[in-house]
Design a protein around this ligand. Structure first.
Ligand SMILES: *Cc1c(COP(=O)(O)O)cnc(C)c1O
Length: 377
């Protein structure tokens, strides 16, 4: 079955009580035992499992082609729980422009705990190879990357990881399983901030890990999810499962609109460069063609006249909303460097956009009038 069908067909509720077509939400934190002490429905306590979370975890695993999924209360909680499966003394390799929260976990939480890490340009396979140490246990890929949309070759990096006896993880938040399936390309685990495209409506904070096979890594993380306790709530799981049913349609439409916006921006005189992997001028174009179905709905632009001009342009949009985050049905724009703070390596004249479900012509007209303000009046 295609993912569009799978998302709907496999997620029909099995509601013996009422025959509900949309799934009920089970808020109960505890579940009744039989007289013989068994748990006839398989649930004991809501931190261990809950019907809504189970349904979500199964749906996520199916979409990514994995063995099992685990749902967490945020993307960061998912990443944190995966890193806990490493051991003090282990080394992690991570991209030089990964989502800023991931290196923050490595630096502020796990460095004192005993992990070391190296940041490397994941588009440079030689640099990746030479940064692998004897104690490297995890290579963390994020592609397209944030905010420069650099494209890493997932299969090549997964191969390098496995040659070195390391696990390979991919933050697939920006691509979604509709556009890119890292487990098929050799990764051991996929992470999502499901806050973004999978939820899709900017109203639920959550994250997931999806594992390729039933291995030691999965069992450690499953155990730490349970004892660590940062699980996805029943209502959040319900919202996410609803989001999954429209994921393919949303992402394909949003990607097509993003391409149109990127093409418009690449011809605009106020724009210095557009970072969108679907443009032939993008350095990752060939690898994106190889490993992605479409190039996604995120893009960044650098404004020719510098940081102040970029902030002026963001200040003039009417249809776009000035806000951080991504993946919702509404288009967002942000001056990324000021979100990331003083240690950022993001260019100061960069605006990041998340393209929503509005009509491409309206978004382009909005940017066109806003870009008029790139030059001071
Ligand atoms: C948002 C985001 C995260 C963090 O997820 P939260 O749900 O905010 O905790 C991680 N990686 C990427 C690529 C993201 O966009």
């Amino acid at each position: 079955m295609h993912p569009e069908t799978l998302a709907i067909y496999q997620n029909r509720p099995d509601d013996a009580n009422a025959g509900a077509v949309a799934p009920p939400i089970t808020l109960s934190t505890t579940f009744e035992r039989d007289a013989d002490g068994s748990f006839p429905h398989g649930h004991v306590y809501a931190r261990t499992s809950n019907p809504n979370r189970n349904a979500l975890e199964t749906a996520l695993a199916q979409l990514e082609g994995g063995f099992a999924g685990l749902a967490f209360s945020s993307g960061q909680a998912a990443t944190l729980t995966l890193l806990l499966a490493l051991r003090p003394g282990d080394h992690v390799l991570i991209g030089d422009d990964a989502y800023h929260g991931t290196p923050a976990l490595l630096e502020e939480l796990f460095h004192p705990w005993g992990l070391t890490y190296t940041r490397v340009d994941m588009t440079n396979l030689e640099a990746v190879r030479s940064s692998i140490h004897e104690n490297t246990r995890l290579i963390w890929i994020e592609t397209p990357s944030n905010p420069l949309l650099k494209i890493a070759d997932i299969q090549a990096i997964a191969d390098l990881a496995h040659e070195a006896g390391a696990w390979c993880a991919c933050d697939n938040t920006w691509a979604t399983p509709i556009l890119q399936r890292p487990l098929d390309l050799g990764c051991d685990v996929v992470m999502h901030s499901t806050t973004k495209y999978i939820g899709g409506h900017s109203d639920v904070l959550s994250g997931t890990l999806i594992f390729r096979e039933d291995n030691e890594l999965y069992h450690r993380v499953r155990r730490y999810q349970l004892i660590g306790g940062a699980v996805a709530a029943p209502f959040d799981s319900w919202l996410l499962l609803r989001g999954i049913k429209t994921l393919a349609t949303r992402v394909k439409t949003q990607s097509a609109t993003a391409r149109a916006v990127a093409e418009f921006l690449s011809r605009h005189p106020a724009v210095e460069v557009v970072h969108y992997p679907g443009l032939e001028s993008h350095p990752g174009f060939a690898i994106a063609q190889k490993q992605m179905l479409l190039c996604g709905a995120m893009l960044s632009v650098q404004i020719r006249d510098g940081a102040e001009a970029a902030v002026r342009v963001a200040g003039q949009v009417r249809i776009f909303t000035r806000a951080t985050s991504l993946g919702g049905i509404e288009s967002l724009i942000e001056h990324r460097a000021s979100v990331e703070g003083p240690n950022t390596t993001t260019p100061q004249n960069l605006l990041r956009m998340s393209i929503g479900l509005e009509h491409a012509d309206d978004l382009i007209a909005d940017l066109d009038q806003a870009l008029f303000h790139a030059k001071p009046l």
